[in-house]
Every structure is written in C-alpha cells, then in structure tokens.
Design a protein around this ligand. Structure first.
Ligand code: SF4
Length: 331
C-alpha cells in the first residue's frame, strides 16, 4: 500500500471539488473492494476522500412511484427495506446472494456499482493485464478463462462485471444520479458501465471528479413477480458464473411486457433487448422462453474454457422467465 492523505469530506461539493483538483484522489465509503486493491498496489491514490459520513443514507419514495436510494445506503439496508422487498424482490434477492453479511453491512450501493472485476490476473501483479496497465496484454485470453465473458468482450479484455445487484438494476431501467463541480446529471443504468473495447482500464462512464449520489428505481408494477437466479460454483460467498434477473407481465397467457438482464457474461450487466422484443405478445410457455434464450445468446463467443456458459445461460433464462410468469419467488 502506498502512502496517501486521508480527508473526511464535509459535503458532496467538498468531496467532488477535491477529486476534481487532484486526479489521483479516490473516494472511499465502505472500502470493501477498494481496500483489497490498495493492499496489492492496484490503486495508488494520492489521497482518499472519505465520503461515508455524507447525508446519502436514505431510501425515499418518489412522487408517482419508485424509490430514490442514497448512494451510501448499505447493501444490507437496501435488501432489508420493506419497499424494496415488496416491489423489487429480484433486487433484494440479488443483494443477499452476494458476499457475506459482514461485507453487505459495510458495502454501499454506490460502491457496488464501482467494484472491479474479479479476474484473477487483474489482482496478480506478477502477470500483465490491460485493465491494470493498458497495452501490456491479456493473459486470460490464452490462460484460465473459465469465468470470463462470452458477450461483448474485446481482444483487449475479456473480464466480467462481478456485481449481483447491478443485474436487476439493469433490468429495472434504474438511473444513476451523479454530481461534480460542473453540476448534476443522470445516467441510464445500462449506459453506466462500459464494454472493454480499446479502453479496458475504464469500467464506467463517470467523468473525473464525479460522485454517485443516488440510484433511482422507476416504478415497474410487474417487478413484484421478478426473480433473480444466480448460478455459481458453491452455494455462498462466490461470484456468479451466470445470473439472470427476469420479470414477466402477463395478460392472460400472453406476455404483455418483460425485463431481462444477465450477469457473469460480459464486462457490464447485459440486457438482451432483442430477446425482450421477441417475447412481447407471445404465449408464456416453454417454447417461447427457449426461443428467447436462443436469441439472447445469439452473439455469444465462448473462449477456450467457458463454452459451458452458453448453455447454462440459456437454461437459466428459461427457468427465470418460467418462475416469474408463475408469479415469482425463488427461481
Ligand atoms: Fe486483465 Fe481483462 Fe485480461 Fe483479466 S481479462 S487479464 S482484467 S485484461
């Protein structure tokens, strides 16, 4: 860990001004991923700006429906909130499927969006890594790539985004509120994270000095029947190999509306919009769900060790859609 200055921010304005003035400064709140990275020199900030005492810990109802979740709400508080559990159960389940209780108590909603890939080569500084140091190479491409991406990867990076929470947020069309000395702006959730392309070192579309202040959850009436299905190597404390957030709205037996997002497949939460379009107006049955799964995985490009993800994702989509169409619950 390098030497750095520690500063406790007194306001959002104070925090963002400091971060804008010093491009090597970093924000810290729960620190559940950042401190790990600091210890192995992945991040070497000049200063840590502690935002943990700023007033961003509230979950508020929005007029007209939906919720505004402050960026410093803990993962535990969000998953336990009665409105989240009732109206967005896929979100509560996704959060509770991740990490441990102790980590969820510390981790914040804003920080969850900013956690970095768990690609083992990224954390092992004995290896080169384009995400850590652009232009050095991607050893995962010809190495151990069982957990890596099957969609949206580039020859620069094949890492996947590790968050559970972000998958239902993508499905729900959440919005990220950010603030900097230039002002406030809102970023549609699906545009918040980036594909690796030629800049794998950048995970998000945040500009220098911008701070996440809240997440907006729009009202989605049928999200009450939404499900989150996470498939992983062991039952707890493991990242998703494949995860699916799905919510189906029915009129009789016909699909009126649907939301679908995938985790563990790409550098960002993946929203297969073509599969959603296909589903609307179709009968809610096994054949329809199978066809939607095929469409969702049409562009998949498996690597040497992760071909299993293609079939696993299709089966997970089928199951998540089936459970949601029956009213939701545990998939
Ligand atoms: Fe680095 Fe990305 Fe390659 Fe992993 S997949 S080694 S993070 S460049």
């Amino acid at each position: 860990m390098n030497n750095f200055t520690y500063i406790r921010a007194t306001s959002v304005n104070d925090a963002t001004k400091r971060a804008t003035t010093d491009q090597k400064a970093m924000f810290i709140a729960g620190g559940t991923n950042l401190v790990d990275r600091l210890k192995v020199f992945l991040d070497e900030p000049s200063q840590l700006i502690d935002i943990s005492r700023l007033q961003m810990q509230r979950i508020e109802k929005i007029n007209g429906g939906g919720l505004r979740i402050g960026a410093l709400v803990s993962n535990t508080a969000m998953a336990d909130h009665p409105d989240v559990r009732r109206d967005y159960p896929m979100l509560a389940r996704a959060i509770l499927s991740g990490a441990s209780q102790q980590i969820r108590n510390m981790a914040t909603v804003g920080g969850n969006l900013l956690q970095r890939t768990r690609c083992p080569y990224y954390y092992d500084t004995a290896f080169p890594c384009n995400k850590r140091q652009p232009g050095t190479g991607c050893p995962a491409a010809t190495g151990i790539n069982r957990i890596h991406a099957i969609l949206g990867a580039s020859d620069q990076c094949i890492a996947v985004h590790p968050s559970d929470m972000c998958v239902p947020l993508a499905a729900l069309d959440a919005v990220v509120e950010v603030e900097s000395p230039k002002g406030k702006r809102q970023i549609p959730f699906i545009d918040f994270h980036r594909l690796p392309g030629n800049t794998p070192q950048r995970d998000t579309n945040l500009e220098p000095g911008e701070l996440i202040t809240a997440i907006i959850l729009p009202p989605v009436s049928f999200a009450k029947s939404g499900v989150y299905l996470k498939l992983r190597d062991r039952a707890s404390y493991a990242f998703a190999l494949i995860s699916i957030a799905a919510a189906v709205d029915l009129t009789g037996d016909s699909i009126k509306d649907v939301r679908l997002a995938m985790g563990g497949v790409a550098h960002k939460p993946w929203r297969p919009k073509e599969a959603e379009k296909f589903l609307i107006g179709k009968p809610a049955n096994a054949q329809t769900f199978q066809q939607a799964a095929e469409i969702a995985l049409q562009g998949a490009k498996p690597l040497t060790q992760n071909g299993y993800k293609v079939d696993l994702a299709k089966r997970a989509i089928r199951r998540a859609l089936t459970v949601s169409a029956k009213g939701g619950g545990v998939a």
